[in-house]
Design a protein around this ligand. Structure first.
Ligand code: HAM
Length: 426
C-alpha cells in the first residue's frame, strides 16, 4: 500500500483519544473499580487484546452478531487467524483452563479492565474500540455467587455516585431446560416462516433464542407471542433462579424480571442480566451485562466448572455520569507554581522544584521564558494553591516569597521552610 505523505492521518472511525482533562475521570472510575473488587476479593487478570479467532467462534458463538459481523479479524504474518478481542470472558476462560486454575481451591474470582473491539455502527456510547470493566467468578454453582456478582456491579455504580441503575434479569435455564425450550421455540417460529425477517429465518435452527430480541417490527410481534422459557424450566433451574431473586430482595437490589432478555452471547446458562440507566441522545442500551456460563470452561477443554460474571461498558459509565451531572472528586491543580527571577535563581529553582516534588508536592515552573505577569497567569490556569517567587535577593538570604493565590496573602519565609509551609496549609 502506498501512503501519500501530505494527507493528514485521522483517528479511525469509532475510536477515541481520551485526552488530559478527560482522562482523569477514567482514572477515577478505574480506581473505584479496583477498590470495589478488593472489597469483594476479586483479583486482577490481564489477558492479551488479541487471541486466536477460533476462541471467539467457540466461546462467544458462531451465530452471534459479534462473531458474524463485528470482529476485527486478520491473518498475521505466520498465517494464523487472529482477532482483536470483542469481549473479555472468552480470553479469561481460556487462561483459566490453560493455567489449570481449576486445580486450585475454588472459587476463583477475577476482574479485568481494558479495550475491546467490535465493528459496530459508531454513535455515542457505541464505539469500535471501547473499554470494559469485567469480573468472572469460577468454580461454584451457588446462586449466591450470581447475587454477589450483581451486587458488586451495583456497589460500583453507587460508589461512582450514579443513580437509578436498574437490573433486568432473566434465567435461560440449564442445558436440559434450554434444549426443551429450543425445540418449542423452533416449532412456534416455524408456524410463521413466511413472515419472519431474513435474519430471524437464518437463526431459526442455529440460535432460535436470539429471535426473541430481534429488532424487526413483524418478527418482534411474532416473538411477543412465543412461549416463555420460564414456563419450561426444570426444577434445578427454577430453584437456582428463585434463590438469585430472593437474595437480590434480601440485599435490597432493585430488579425487573424480563423474560425476553436473552443477551447477545451464546454462553449463558441460568442467570442473565443487564444493568440499565437512561442516557439521553445515546442509543446505547445497557451500561453492563452478564450472567452465568456453566458450560464454557468445558468447551475450552477444561473440566466441568461453572462461571458467572459481567462486563460494564466504561464509555457508557462516563456518559451516564455526565448526564447525571455527577461531580467527581478529581484532583485539583498544583500545590505550587515556582517563579524565578534572574539567571542564578532560574537554575537553583530546579533544585527547589525537585525537593518539593520529592516531598510529594505537585509543582511546576516556567520553561518558556515568560515575563513574571504571564507566569502568574499560568499559575492561575494551573489552579496553583501557591506561587513561590525566588529572586536574586531572596536567594542571597536563603529565602523565598510565597503567595497564596486565593487570598493574596504573601510572606517571605526561609527556603528550608518552603515545603512544610505548603504542606501545612494545603
Ligand atoms: P456485552 O453485553 O456484550 O457482554 O457487553 C457488556 C457491556 O459492554 C455492555 O452492556 C455495554 O455497556 C458495553 N459495550 C458493548 N459493546 C459496546 C460498544 N460497541 N461500545 C461501547 N460499549 C459497549 C459481554 O461482553 C460479556 N463478556 C459480559 C460477561 C462477562 N458475561 C459474563 N461475564
Amino acid at each position: 500500500m502506498k501512503f501519500q505523505a501530505s494527507t493528514k492521518v485521522q483517528i479511525p472511525r469509532g475510536t477515541d483519544d481520551i485526552m488530559p482533562g478527560e482522562v482523569e475521570k477514567w482514572q477515577w472510575i478505574e480506581q473505584k473499580a479496583r477498590e470495589i473488587c478488593g472489597l469483594y476479593d476479586y483479583h486482577e487478570i490481564r489477558t492479551p487484546v488479541f487471541e486466536h479467532t477460533e476462541l471467539f467462534h467457540r466461546g462467544v458463538g458462531e451465530a452471534t452478531d459479534i462473531v458474524e459481523k463485528e470482529m476485527y479479524s486478520f491473518t498475521d504474518r505466520g498465517n494464523r487467524s487472529i482477532s482483536l478481542r470483542p469481549e473479555g470472558t472468552a480470553g479469561v476462560v481460556r487462561s483459566f483452563v490453560e493455567k489449570k486454575m481449576f486445580a486450585q481451591p475454588q472459587p476463583t474470582k477475577w476482574y479485568y479492565m481494558g479495550p475491546m473491539f467490535r465493528y459496530e455502527n459508531p454513535q455515542a456510547g457505541r464505539r469500535r474500540q471501547f473499554h470494559q470493566f469485567g469480573v468472572e467468578a469460577f468454580g461454584s454453582v451457588d446462586p449466591l455467587l450470581d447475587a454477589e456478582v450483581i451486587a458488586l456491579g451495583m456497589q460500583y455504580f453507587k460508589s461512582l455516585g450514579l443513580k437509578d441503575v436498574r437490573v433486568e434479569i432473566n434465567t435461560l435455564g440449564d442445558a436440559e431446560s434450554r434444549q426443551q425450550y429450543r425445540e418449542k421455540l423452533i416449532t412456534y417460529f416455524e408456524g410463521y416462516m413466511d413472515e419472519l425477517s431474513a435474519e430471524a429465518k437464518s437463526r431459526l435452527y442455529k440460535n432460535p433464542l436470539r429471535i426473541l430480541d430481534s429488532k424487526d417490527a413483524r418478527t418482534k410481534e411474532i416473538a411477543a407471542g412465543a412461549p416463555l422459557l420460564r414456563d419450561h424450566l426444570n426444577e434445578t433451574s427454577r430453584n437456582h433462579f428463585d434463590t438469585v431473586i430472593r437474595t437480590l430482595d434480601l440485599l435490597g437490589i432493585p430488579y425487573v424480571i424480563n423474560p425476553r432478555l436473552v443477551r447477545g452471547l451464546d454462553y449463558y446458562t441460568h442467570t442473565a442480566f443487564e444493568y440499565t440507566v437512561d442516557i439521553s441522545g445515546a442509543q446505547a442500551g445497557s451500561i453492563g451485562g452478564g450472567g452465568r456460563y456453566n458450560g464454557l470452561v468445558e468447551q475450552f477443554g477444561g473440566p466441568e466448572m461453572p462461571g458467572v460474571g459481567f462486563g460494564i461498558g466504561l464509555e457508557r459509565v462516563i456518559l451516564a455520569l455526565t448526564e447525571q451531572q455527577v461531580k467527581l472528586p478529581l484532583a485539583q491543580g498544583l500545590d505550587c507554581y515556582l517563579i524565578t527571577l534572574g539567571e542564578e535563581a532560574k537554575l537553583v529553582g530546579m533544585k527547589v522544584l525537585q525537593s518539593m516534588r520529592e516531598a510529594g508536592l505537585r509543582v511546576d515552573r516556567d520553561y518558556m521564558d515568560r515575563k513574571m505577569k504571564a507566569q502568574f497567569k499560568t499559575a492561575d490556569r494551573l489552579q496553583a494553591t501557591y506561587v513561590a517567587i525566588l529572586g536574586e535577593e531572596e536567594l542571597k538570604r536563603n529565602q523565598i516569597n510565597v503567595k497564596r493565590l486565593a487570598t493574596g496573602e504573601q510572606e517571605t519565609i526561609s527556603l528550608d521552610q518552603l515545603i512544610s509551609h505548603i504542606q501545612q496549609q494545603r
